[in-house]
Design a protein around this ligand. Structure first.
Ligand code: XIL
Length: 373
C-alpha cells in the first residue's frame, strides 16, 4: 500500500540523482486520496514510485462518471490536444489557455500532477506560423512561445515535452534530424534555444525530449534508437538542458512487436547519460486482428505488458496512456484512423470497466524487479 514515507523516499531518490534537483510539488506528497482502498492504476504505479496518468481533453469533463474514474485512476494529466499551438496561439500573439487551464484545475482538485505537451512540434500549428517563421527567421517565434506557455504554467508542471518528434532518419540527414520548417529555417540550433527557453521559463520542471520510433524491434527502430542516442549525446554535450527521454509508446497489437532485449539495452544507454525515462502516450491499436473481442483484448494486453515490463524495469518515472477509456475514441483526430470495429486500445472500455490491458498494466507496475531511478 502507498505510504507517504515511501513516496517521499522515492522523490528524494530522484532529487538526489545526477540531474538538477526538481522541486517537490505539494501534490506529490499527497497519498492517493481517491482510491478508497481499491487497486487503481494510480495506486499500483505510485506504490512503486511511478506516476501513472492520461491524456485528457477538457470537453470530456462534461461526463461525470468519467471524471470520477479519471480522478481515481490518474495521478498526472496531459492535454490531448489543447496545448497544441494551433489551439494556444491561433493568431499571432493571441493566446488561449482555457482548455489547458481547465485540465490543470481538474488535476489540482484531485491531487494529480500536470504535464505540458508539446512546445515545439512540426504538426498542429496555426496556419500563420510556418509562413511567418520562414519569412522573418525570427527566433522569438520559438523562444517567445516557449516563454509564454511554460511561463503561464511555471511551477505547476511536472514536465514539458519541449521538442516533439525532431528525429527522422528517413529524411536522410547525417544528424538524422527531421527536415521540418523549424530545422530548415534555424538549423539544429532551434532545439537548443527551445530547451534553454523552457529551463528559464520553468526552472523546476523536467524537460523531456519526446518521440516515437525507439519502441519496436524492426530494423527501422534500430536506426531510430541509434539516431536518438546520437542526438541526445550531442545535445547534452552542447549543454542543452534535456532531463529525460519520453517514449510515446503508441503500439499495434498486430504489428511489429517490442524486442525486449534491444529496448532494455537502449534504455541502459539513455540512463547512462543521466537521463530519466517516461512513457508519454501509450495506447495499443487493435486494428488488423481477429474480430473476436477476447482475442484482440488479449493481444492488446500482451503488447502493453511486453513494453511496460521493460520500461518499469528500467526505472520509468511516469507512464501516461493517450486517453484512459475507449469511450471517447470516436472523436475526430488521432483515433479516427481506426476503423472496422469498435477500437479497444486503452485501459478502460467504453463502459469505464477495466480491460485486460488495465490488468496487464497493474501487473507490470507491481512486478517491478529493480528500484525506480
Ligand atoms: C494527437 C492528438 O491526439 C490529436 O487530437 C491531435 O489532433 C493531433 O495530435 N503523437 C503526439 C501527440 O505527440 O501529440 C499526438 O496527438 C499523437 C501522436
Amino acid at each position: 500500500m502507498f505510504t507517504r514515507r515511501k513516496f517521499v523516499g522515492a522523490s528524494c531518490a530522484i532529487a538526489a540523482g545526477a540531474l538538477p534537483a526538481l522541486r517537490l510539488r505539494a501534490q506529490e506528497l499527497r497519498p492517493s486520496i481517491v482510491d478508497n482502498g481499491r487497486t487503481t492504476l494510480r495506486s499500483a504505479a505510485s506504490s512503486h514510485g511511478i506516476v501513472y496518468g492520461s491524456a485528457v481533453s477538457s470537453p470530456e469533463f462534461g461526463d461525470s462518471d468519467f471524471c470520477a474514474t479519471l480522478a481515481r485512476e490518474a495521478a498526472i494529466l496531459v492535454p490531448e490536444y489543447e496545448m497544441k499551438r494551433a489551439i494556444v496561439e491561433p493568431s499571432r500573439g493571441a493566446y488561449d489557455f482555457s482548455g489547458c487551464d481547465r485540465i490543470l484545475a481538474f488535476a489540482r482538485r484531485h491531487g494529480a500532477q500536470f504535464r505540458g505537451h508539446p512546445l515545439v512540434w512540426h504538426k498542429r500549428n496555426p496556419d500563420w506560423l510556418e509562413e511567418t517563421v520562414e519569412r522573418t527567421r525570427d527566433e522569438t517565434l520559438i523562444t517567445g512561445f516557449v516563454e509564454k506557455v511554460a511561463g503561464h504554467f511555471r511551477g505547476q508542471a511536472h514536465s514539458w515535452d519541449v521538442v516533439n518528434e525532431a528525429i527522422a532518419p528517413e529524411d536522410g540527414r547525417a544528424d538524422n534530424l527531421r527536415r521540418s520548417f523549424w530545422l530548415e529555417t534555424f538549423g539544429p540550433h532551434y532545439i537548443d534555444i527551445a530547451y534553454r527557453a523552457a529551463r528559464a521559463a520553468d526552472p523546476g520542471a523536467m524537460l523531456v525530449y519526446n518521440d516515437w520510433g525507439c519502441e519496436l524491434g524492426a530494423p527501422a527502430n534500430d536506426r531510430f534508437r541509434a539516431a536518438t542516442l546520437d542526438f541526445l549525446g550531442q545535445a547534452l554535450g552542447r549543454g542543452v538542458p534535456i532531463d529525460a527521454l519520453g517514449l510515446q509508446g503508441h503500439m499495434r497489437a498486430f504489428g511489429t512487436p517490442v524486442d525486449q532485449e534491444k529496448l532494455r539495452s537502449f534504455l541502459g544507454h539513455v540512463k547512462a547519460m543521466g537521463l530519466r525515462i517516461l512513457v508519454t502516450e501509450h495506447d495499443v491499436d487493435d486494428s488488423g486482428g481477429p474480430s473476436d473481442v477476447a482475442l484482440r483484448d488479449r493481444a492488446v494486453a500482451d503488447t502493453s505488458r511486453r513494453f511496460l515490463d521493460v520500461m518499469v524495469d528500467a526505472g520509468v518515472v511516469a507512464v501516461l496512456t493517450w486517453g484512459l477509456t475507449d469511450r471517447f475514441l470516436q472523436s475526430p483526430g488521432w483515433r479516427a484512423r481506426i476503423g472496422g470495429y469498435e477500437p479497444r486500445m486503452l485501459p478502460l472500455d467504453t463502459g469505464l470497466q477495466p480491460t485486460p490491458m488495465w490488468r496487464a498494466m497493474i501487473a507490470a507496475f507491481t512486478s517491478q524487479r529493480i528500484k525506480p531511478q
